[in-house]
Design a protein around this ligand. Structure first.
Ligand code: ZN
Length: 214
């Protein structure tokens, strides 16, 4: 056995890598099983549609100011965050930027994805504040309960995502909005886990409140 066997540095703890090796039949048999039903804590993720007005859910910038969702040609420091170029030709994309300090998030052709990427990037400003995540009904849970719920949700979503993609490959009519919504919920679950596990960022107010030497 080698070190690299089956390893994927991008894998999450949702089992997503393992899911990719399953057939559609296997996925559907898991999804319809009593065991999966019992292990899935909820499919009620909350009232908000994650594709609708995503900028309402932006985390503040670590500098303390309010970021903005832009649709424009992303600046070079935002383009550098992309692992591959955007596919559309006109050069415009959604990206979140802070007008005060210039911090930017990763550009995307989807507004909700740009918001989720920014929130993931800045999750430390909400460290431990489960109420900052508008999905999954996390408020009032302990950190461990929240983590268990999020991992259960991620596994269920990952299975349903794989199922939808395979059905689409077979020619079934799987709505793009349906897949996008699954991706958005998965993104928010990752943001929520980061909020739970990250350390607080230094409070800018405290930094600025240090006595100034004239
Ligand atoms: Zn800022």
């Amino acid at each position: 056995m080698t070190n690299t066997q089956g390893r994927n540095p991008r894998r999450h703890d949702s089992g997503a890598v393992r899911i990719e090796s399953l057939t559609l039949l296997e996925i559907e048999s898991i999804l319809s099983s009593d065991a999966h039903y019992a292990a899935t804590q909820t499919r009620n993720y909350g009232e908000r549609d994650p594709l609708h007005d995503p900028a309402d859910c932006l985390f503040r910038c670590p500098c303390g100011n309010t970021p903005v969702l832009n649709y424009a040609a992303p600046p070079p420091n935002a383009l550098r965050l992309l692992s591959r170029p955007l596919s559309r030709g006109d050069g415009n994309a959604f990206y979140v930027g802070c007008p005060a300090c210039g911090k930017v998030g990763q550009p995307s052709l989807r507004d909700w994805r740009a918001v989720i990427d920014w929130n993931y990037l800045t999750a430390s400003v909400q460290a431990g504040s489960l109420g900052a995540v508008p999905y999954f009904n996390l408020a009032g849970l302990t950190a461990q309960q929240a983590k268990d719920r999020l991992n259960s949700i991620k596994y269920d979503l990952s299975l349903r995502r794989a199922q939808a993609k395979m059905r689409r490959e077979q020619g079934d009519d799987v709505g793009g909005r349906f897949l996008a919504r699954i991706d958005a919920y998965l993104g928010w679950a990752n943001v929520a886990i980061r909020v739970l596990t990250t350390s607080p960022s230094p409070a800018p107010d405290l930094v600025h409140a240090r006595p100034q030497v004239a």
